[in-house]
Ligand binder design. Structure first.
Ligand SMILES: [Zn+2]
Length: 334
């Protein structure tokens, strides 16, 4: 059976996995993400070599948060990594002697859910990963939509509140400032400041420093019934419904998949988000509703999706939306 490697190149660690044709991760390797461009490529080549020493590998797929060219070979810009207009697929390919493909991590995770998880069989679907921010992907008629310049979609930066919370992207009031793990913490801290003493659990967590309040901490406190944490969860549910209704007015999906770390707390917000979504759609009550489900593959999704793209590279399959450019094999000295 053909085995490929998927590599999730994150801001703090490089995580790689050997994946088979069923989407099962057979083996893993990881290393910290170094700051320089050359060291980063050495780190990625290193984890791949480690796995290639233990398995017969046919191709490699990288997943990272950043702008990737539509041919999936060049990293234009990645906010948490050192690559800038870097021909990563060609350089790594000639270095490790295997075909390499690069994909946005949200796209890779979406592909994994489509092949092996919550979006199996879906043709038109929206993927929203709620973590530090919002990672998003769009599957339109079975193909990932990436826009004219490879930058779409950036659903997390739709402005939902004019002059709202500042966003690292340079704008204000972006959706992800109200609907993410970070947003959960921000909202909880705002609510605590407004009404001190309402939240013994979160006050203990903060211990005088609101920066200690994390989205995970708020979710845990909400599970314990903490009133402020529950209110922050309700706020997140409302903003999830608001944003999904906007997105659905543009794309009219059959399915919405909610992933990311926050999705592990879905029982605390998903039903309520569905109600907000259904009531805020244009023509509410008079049109079919998209199903809204949680992702199934968890943290492994980007690795599995990148490995699947690598598989398409060697089998010539187009079912992941691969274009002809994908089938080129890397050549040294290009
Ligand atoms: Zn933004």
């Amino acid at each position: 059976m053909t085995l490929t490697v998927g590599v999730d190149v994150g801001g703090t660690s490089v995580r790689a996995g050997v994946v088979n044709g069923d989407g099962t991760v057979l083996d893993t390797a990881r290393t910290p993400t170094p700051p320089s461009e050359a060291a980063l490529e050495t780190a990625v080549a290193g984890v791949v070599s480690t796995l290639a020493g233990r398995h017969r590998i046919a191709a490699v797929g990288l997943a990272l948060a950043g702008f990737i060219t539509p041919d999936r070979r060049v990293v234009r810009f990645a906010p948490h990594l050192s690559w800038r207009d870097a021909p990563v697929a060609d350089r790594l390919g000639s270095r490790i002697g295997l075909p390499v493909v690069v994909e946005h991590d949200a796209n890779a995770a979406a592909l994994a859910e489509r092949h092996f998880g919550a979006a199996s069989g879906a043709a038109t679907a929206v993927f929203v990963a709620l973590g530090t921010g919002i990672g998003s992907a769009l599957l339109l008629d079975g193909v990932l939509y990436r826009g004219a310049f490879g930058v779409a979609p950036e659903l997390g930066h739709l402005q939902v509140v004019p002059d709202g919370r500042p966003c690292p992207c340079g704008k204000t009031g972006c959706w992800e400032r109200y609907c993410s793990g970070t947003a959960l913490a921000t909202t909880a801290v705002e609510l605590m400041a407004r009404d001190p003493g309402q939240s013994p659990l979160l006050s203990r967590l903060a211990a005088g420093d609101p920066r200690r309040v994390t989205g995970q901490g708020v979710a845990a406190a909400a599970r314990e019934g903490d009133p402020v944490a529950c209110a922050a969860m309700e706020d997140l549910a409302r903003w999830l419904g608001v944003g999904l209704a906007l997105v659905a007015d543009v794309f009219d999906p059959e399915l919405v998949v909610i992933g990311g770390g926050v999705s592990e707390s879905a029982p605390l917000f998903l039903d309520e988000a569905r109600e907000h979504y259904a009531s805020l759609l244009t023509g509410a009550g008079r049109r079919p509703l998209a199903r809204i489900r949680t992702a199934q593959l968890g943290e492994a999704a980007a690795v599995v999706g990148a490995a699947q793209l690598a598989r398409d590279l060697v089998t010539g399959a187009t079912r992941s939306g691969a274009r002809s450019g994908l089938r080129r094999t890397p050549r040294a000295g290009k």
